[in-house]
Design a protein around this ligand. Sequence first.
Ligand code: ATP
Length: 440
Amino acid sequence: MAAISIKNLVKLYGDGFPAVNDVSLDIQDGEFVILVGPSGCGKSTLLRMIVGLEDITSGDLLINGKKVNKVAPRQRNLSMVFQNYALYPHLTVFENIAFPLRLAKRPEDEIRSRVTQAADLLELTEHLDRKPANLSGGQRQRVAMGRAIVRQADAFLFDEPLSNLDAKLRGQMRTEIARLQRQLGTTTVYVTHDQVEAMTLGDRVAVMRKGVLQQVASPRELYDEPVNLFVAGFIGSPSMNFLPASVDGAKIETPLGRFLLHDERKVAAVRGHQLLLLGIRPEDFEDASLVPEEKRPHGTLFRARVDVTEWLGSELFAYVPFEAPEDIRNQLRDLSRELDSDQLRTQLVVGLDPESTIHDDQDVELWMDTSAVHLFDPATGTNLTRDEERATELARHAEEMRLEQKRGHREELGEVDRAAQAARQDLDERPDPTSRIEPA
Ligand code: ATP
């Protein structure tokens, strides 16, 4: 098992392009860290630098405290699983999984036992004699994982391993990877641009933008307390809505209407600013007719024209276009482009109770939970209203959960060891059956 320490890593490609720009990140032993960001943000380059497939331009990479900048990939003892599986078509599933062990010239009985164990864990036992071409995408991906597991590497590195699978299979494999990582307790770094994978798999998520690390935090902290506009817009689906907002003390004016900010901390945080960007998640809206009386004072009511609605059974989304000054419109459009989002930024997406009868082309009354707003500086993108105290609390809680899970894992392993010991003792204490054979 390994702790991976990334210190001010820089990768300049031949053309001088900084694909990874001064990234520092400490990955704990046994931790599951996700690298996420839009296409071209440098996440695969960073992963390839960790595994040794890409030279380091400057900075240091330490594995278990030892600098490995110049250590060959094979000597780093890390296992990488690629997007395209990289299986050998002429070899059986067994031999594909066994490949790294054959390369390391391990004895035959050890190979057999490790491959059988990995196949059992990945439910591949009945496919061991088949060739990759005859397997489904999910099975192929499991073979690739089997090959990573048998090596008993210090860490697993995944580069978008599920992106070739259809949505249903992706969901299944996602839970399998989560289960496997918990079972094995192996340090894992996982690259994806998939929201759901980022939010569900990792202990912590590192969000990258143009080679620069933006925020590293638990999924909940990223969602609730993003540090800037980019992270706020990237994490969450549908994305956070952004509206221009002019501020005067506790009074906020937006294209939707005026309201008062009741949170003193937020009012103090935006003092001195006039024009800001207000961020609010789709789920912080509701059809006003469905908001219970006791909840109403926490928010504000406004009238709006709903353009289009999408009823999905478990939720209802309504789209509300709004007007914004040209510079804000341009900024929101650029952000949208950078986030690889096809969402129009001068349109609000509101998530409503599916019981709501709101429909297309209707003037409606909506309720917005004003306690959930974030306010961003449009010039720097900084989230001025991030609650540092709550963020620290969320980080502490996430770390406690991780350590608890790790302890549970150790105990499980201890139990396996104890059971094996007990079994051995039991065998030792049993009278040797051969001793009962009476001499002829
Ligand atoms: P994707 O999700 O599209 O795979 P990514 O976040 O993994 O994107 P990288 O593949 O790490 O991004 O690429 C980061 C940047 O470095 C990109 O702008 C890319 O064009 C550039 N880049 C990658 N490989 C090379 C190369 N061999 N030479 C020059 N530039 C490169």
